[in-house]
Ligand binder design. Structure first.
Ligand code: G1P
Length: 378
């Protein structure tokens, strides 16, 4: 809302401070003297372009400019953002050759803007169409997603793309300020790679982040995605997070990374990735569910062969992509809580089923119960 009286009095004060008559100020700003009179009588609201010119002629400080803009009914940030209407008005006043020249310049700016936008990461894809999230109610899912949403906001991203299972209600979300949500539905359940492929229309030709919410990063670890985005900005390549694991037990449940040349402390080039290998030597590093991906991942996913369970693996697509583009690995060293998939818990339980050892059975039941409690308490 503009406040013409306040605008008029501020305006007059600033003009008189410079000892300028209305006509002198008008001349300095390249406007008519009657225009200045109208403003000072509170009878005219200047366009943003006019006001900008007048503010320059009045030699104002940044805070004085903000005050004047507000009194004229403009958001102070608008000063930095000419509106399309102002530009058109400006162009219309110019002789044809200059108008042509500026119009060309304007279109060059627009395509530069598009290019910049294409290169900036704005979105995080969060897949929740797998077996675990299907077991949860919208409220429970909402709770489970809270840390992932906070991480997204901490990383400065503005949109989340949720991948939902068909027929599943949108989770009850408490969204951090400034974060928008879009949803896509993954029709057949064909693995993480397929879930990512489903978001191609929503993501377009832009880099994007992926958060797998069952890997929960704690404490300083919540900055992981933000740090990975800084790496993307610097190296302009996909980046994934990896973490060191002791013992071989976990390797068949995660993606495994073999790293190459170091780029800097805790950052390496990826040499090879393997998804849940059952044989071979383990490298000591598993993939954590945080990725920043270039849009070429979509072509790589399309070219990837499904695994033996007919699932499309993101890890396999990344391996394929690494032949065309370098991929960075960020070694995550902070606290990590991994929600163990129920399938694995059941496997562990079944392995220990032995009637001759009832105490081991009880122990396995306890582990399962505890894990389920942790899962639903998130
Ligand atoms: C996915 C990835 C795997 C990664 C894991 C991290 O597996 O495919 O490479 O190590 O997330 O949580 P999923 O949990 O979907 O089986």
């Amino acid at each position: 809302m503009s406040d013409p009286q306040r605008l008029a009095s501020l305006f007059q004060r600033y003009r008189e401070r410079l000892d300028l008559t209305k006509a002198q100020l008008a001349q300095r700003a390249g406007v008519s003297a009657s225009f200045v009179t109208y403003i000072e009588k509170g009878q005219r609201r200047p366009s943003l372009e006019m006001l900008t010119r007048l503010m320059q002629a009045l030699d104002l400080t940044a805070s004085e400019k903000r005050e004047l803009l507000r009194a004229a009914g403009y958001q102070p940030t608008e000063e930095l953002m000419p509106r399309l209407g102002d530009i058109t008005e400006l162009l219309r006043d110019l002789p044809l050759p200059e108008r042509e020249e500026l119009t060309e310049e304007f279109f060059r700016l627009i395509s530069r803007w598009r290019e910049l936008r294409r290169k900036r990461v704005r979105r995080a894809v969060i897949p929740i169409a797998g077996w675990q999230p299907r077991l949860l109610s919208p409220e429970q899912l909402g709770k489970m997603l809270r840390p992932a949403l906070e991480e997204t906001a901490l990383a400065g991203l503005s949109e989340v793309v949720l991948v939902l299972a068909p027929g599943k209600a949108v989770p009850t979300l408490k969204l951090p300020r400034g974060l928008k949500v879009r949803t896509v539905v993954q029709e057949p359940q064909l693995g993480l790679g397929h879930a990512i492929l489903t978001t191609q229309g929503a993501v377009g030709d832009e880099p994007f982040a992926v958060i797998l919410p069952d890997d929960i990063l704690l404490g300083e670890g919540r900055q992981c995605l933000r740090q990975m985005l800084a790496l993307y900005e610097e190296y302009r390549c996909s980046v994934l997070a990896v973490t060191g694991v002791e013992g071989a037990a976990d390797f068949k449940n995660y993606g495994i990374a073999q790293l190459g040349k170091p780029l800097r402390e805790n950052v390496y080039l990826v040499k090879e990735l393997r998804e849940k290998p059952t044989t071979g030597r383990h490298t000591g590093l598993t993939i954590v569910g945080r990725y920043v991906l270039t849009p070429q991942i979509f072509e790589a996913l399309q070219a990837t062969t499904p695994d033996k369970n007919n699932e499309l693996q993101l890890t396999d697509a990344l391996n394929l992509l690494s032949r065309r583009q370098r991929i960075g690995a960020f070694v995550y060293t902070e606290k990590l809580f991994r929600v163990t998939p129920i399938k694995i818990l059941l496997e562990q339980l079944i392995e220990t089923l032995d009637e001759s050892q009832p105490e081991r059975l009880e122990q396995a039941m306890q582990i399962t119960r505890k894990a389920l409690q942790e899962l639903t308490a998130l």
